[in-house]
Design a protein around this ligand. Structure first.
Ligand code: GCU
Length: 672
């Protein structure tokens, strides 16, 4: 049975004999000359993949040995390789047919490695390789996973077991899983990992832990992956024995410079720092009357001439009963645009609140043209049903990337802000909060693997469609039977919308269970601070529902460009999916769908929950085409999902009904 461990890198024998023979003809040997460790990885991976897919070993030979009548695959690093992009582009590849051979070329070992995975993908999805000619370069330079993993082995918001990092065994023992993890990441173009929680322990900066981090970096290096650390702002005090962590204090600066020098001595290709500061109780430069730029620039200075960056997170908000949390990151960061050093990128979550199932794009996108912004998305399903609900996230990521900020006229999409093309930034980055844990299948929910996969593919090329990525992933991971592929891709494609409908339709947000962030709790009114309650966000009353963020309310809408304001500011033109993000709408107000708000709300909760039954039926229909153990696993999780969809539906409808005082409309009304 398939236990999910091999992810999308299955390399199972191709059963179509004609197809297999065609591939066998094209791949009779591999030549990979050069000393690059990453090139060696590429050759080894190609051998491994071909051996599995073709069912026969493919020898690695020298150029001289390559027989003039056989056809083979040449892996070639060439500084002048013709890859898309600029002269700086290092990770791109080109695959071409040269005489009887296929050539995979790139300007770096990583480029060739990515080309090899692209070639293997062709085979895994059974595309022709005769006369293959294709080239690709990543649109975004820093493509990172962020692990929210703690030294004690727990994972913040992790639902797939404990951390895969075994700190107590490192650096001596290297779990083979670290290599498998690196392979999976490299295969989708991920080139960096921040290995520890943004709510960081200072411990990672100690000599003891640096040795452990070094050991991991050594495993990742041959896969073109660099290691980054989340840092605890008060480390100079906690482990450095200083009295302050003020970024402008000379001793503090010196401490960070010395720590950084030590890191680079230990890990010469260290990637840099990820920082959560002055957010949710974490210390930061504001503790000393300094701002985020003061803090970030001090760390950038500590990096000195080393090839490292600082990713400074904009996820900040204070306990404040008067304000609107929606606006806080913007208000703190927008004035700092232009004040960050060139090595600093500001990391912004896709939406203004916190990884809700649907959010408008974060107003900082487009608002800080002088600062490269990293887009942070969440793969772990903190607000999207943990590892029990089947939710394919590529549509959510795409929705954010495709939003038009209109800050430089039409076409100023979030994608163009993030890839640096809108404002001509040299640095660009994207980060996915990992959904990976120690579960045998990595992600808990077997279908959660698709979210890891989709993140990598979109980080590489945000113009890919969610459906194209789902199709690739399904063929490589679950089945190549065409009807089953189509069914699964359709199911995946609708899953996120379905989840939104039975949990937070029409722009509702943050009404989930407090603390654990699971299940409904719209009635939550007390939580220590107002912006951790649910009533703060939905504002249900006898008149209606929703958060007025227009000029007569919090005016958060004013943070967007005029074109966006215009569309979202008028409840008649605001798309229903975002309506309650921006408007307090009367219960009896008719919506463009022809129903009143109340009836539309109920309709979405009911049809959303019913769609889970549809998902169950669709999934049942593919049973003959997928691995039985995996099928059983997903079937069981869908059962839970169905029960919990009903829980969400009933809890929310009945709670909001205490305000609307409206009957549940036909055909949903319970029989009397
Ligand atoms: C969410 C999450 C926290 C996390 C925070 C962050 O609020 O619930 O656990 O630390 O995001 O992104 O920093």
């Amino acid at each position: 049975a398939d236990d999910g461990y091999r992810l999308w890198l299955k390399y199972d024998l191709i059963t179509d004999v004609a197809q297999r023979n065609a591939y066998r003809q094209a791949a009779q040997y591999i030549v990979a000359e050069g000393n690059s460790a990453v090139l060696k990885t590429a050759a080894a991976e190609l051998q491994r993949g071909l051996q599995g897919l073709l069912g026969q070993p493919v020898p690695l030979v020298t150029k001289g040995e390559s027989n003039s009548t056989k056809r083979g695959i040449l892996l070639l690093i060439s500084p002048t390789a013709n890859v898309p992009g600029t002269a700086q582009t290092q990770d791109g590849y080109r695959i071409l047919t040269q005489g009887r051979n296929l050539v995979v070329t790139g300007r770096s070992g990583a480029g060739v490695l990515y080309g090899v995975y692209a070639l293997l993908r062709q085979l895994q999805t059974q595309q022709p390789v005769a006369n293959l000619a294709t080239a690709s370069s990543p649109r975004i330079q820093y493509r990172l996973l962020n692990h929210w993993d703690n030294p004690n082995g727990t994972v913040e918001r992790g639902y797939a077991g404990s951390s895969i990092w075994k700190w107590y065994e490192l650096p001596e023992r290297l779990d083979p899983r670290y290599t498998d993890y690196a392979r999976a990441n490299a295969s989708i173009g991920i080139n960096g990992v921040a290995i520890n929680n943004v709510n960081a322990s200072a411990r990672y900066l100690t000599p003891e832990y640096l040795q452990k981090v070094k050991a991991l970096a050594g495993v990742f290096r041959p896969y073109g992956i660099r290691v980054y650390l989340s840092v605890f702002w008060a480390a100079p005090k906690v482990i450095g024995g200083l009295k302050t962590s003020d970024p402008l204090d000379p001793q503090v600066k010196q401490w960070w410079a010395a720590r950084t020098a030590e890191i680079y001595k230990t890990i010469p290709d260290f990637g840099g720092f990820l920082v959560k500061a002055n957010s949710e109780g974490e210390p930061g430069p504001q503790d000393y009357g300094r701002n985020h730029a003061d803090g970030a620039n001090m760390l950038a200075e500590a990096l000195g001439q080393h090839d490292g960056i600082v990713m400074w997170r904009a996820f900040v908000y204070k306990a404040n009963s008067k304000g609107d949390r929606f606006k806080e990151a913007y208000e703190e960061f927008k004035p700092l645009d232009g004040k960050f050093s060139p090595k600093v990128l500001v990391q912004v979550k896709n939406g203004p609140i916190d990884f809700q199932s649907r959010e408008p794009f974060h107003p900082l996108f487009g608002a800080m043209p002088k600062t490269p912004l990293v887009l942070e998305v969440q793969l772990t399903q903190e607000y999207l049903g943990f590892a029990t609900h089947l939710v394919y996230l590529a549509p959510l990521f795409k929705e954010c990337l495709d939003f038009d900020t209109q800050t430089k006229g039409p076409g100023s999409t979030v994608a163009k802000v993030v890839d640096g093309s809108l404002d001509q930034h040299l640095l660009s980055g994207i980060a996915g909060v990992a959904n990976i844990g120690s579960d045998r299948n990595w992600t808990g929910h077997p279908m959660g693997q698709a979210n890891w996969y989709a993140f990598g593919r979109l980080a590489w090329d945000h113009s890919l469609t969610a459906a194209a990525i789902a199709t690739e992933w399904t063929k490589m991971t679950l089945t190549r039977e065409p009807k089953a592929v189509a069914t699964i891709v359709d199911l995946m494609g609708q899953s996120r919308d379905i989840y939104v409908r039975y949990t937070t339709p029409l722009g509702l947000h943050h009404i989930m269970g407090q603390n654990i962030h699971y299940g409904p709790e719209p009635w939550l009114a007390e939580a220590g601070r107002p912006d951790w309650t649910a009533v703060y966000y939905h504002k249900a009353d006898s008149m209606g529902l929703g958060f007025n963020r227009t000029a007569t309310g919090s005016n958060a809408l004013a943070l967007y460009s005029p074109g966006v304001q215009k569309q979202w500011g008028d409840p008649k033109t605001c798309p229903p999916n975002y309506l309650l993000w921006f408007h307090h709408v009367g219960w009896k107000q008719p919506l463009p769908t022809g129903r009143t708000l109340w009836n539309e709300l109920v309709t979405r909760y009911y049809t959303g929950a019913d769609s889970v039954t549809w998902m169950q039926q669709r999934w049942a229909s593919v049973k003959p085409a997928v691995d039985p153990a995996l099928h059983t696993d997903v079937t069981a999780r869908l059962q839970i999902q169905r029960q919990e969809a009903l829980w969400w539906r009933d809890a929310c409808v009945l709670y909001f009904q205490t305000y609307s005082k409206q009957p549940i409309p036909a055909p949903f009304a319970p029989p009397t």
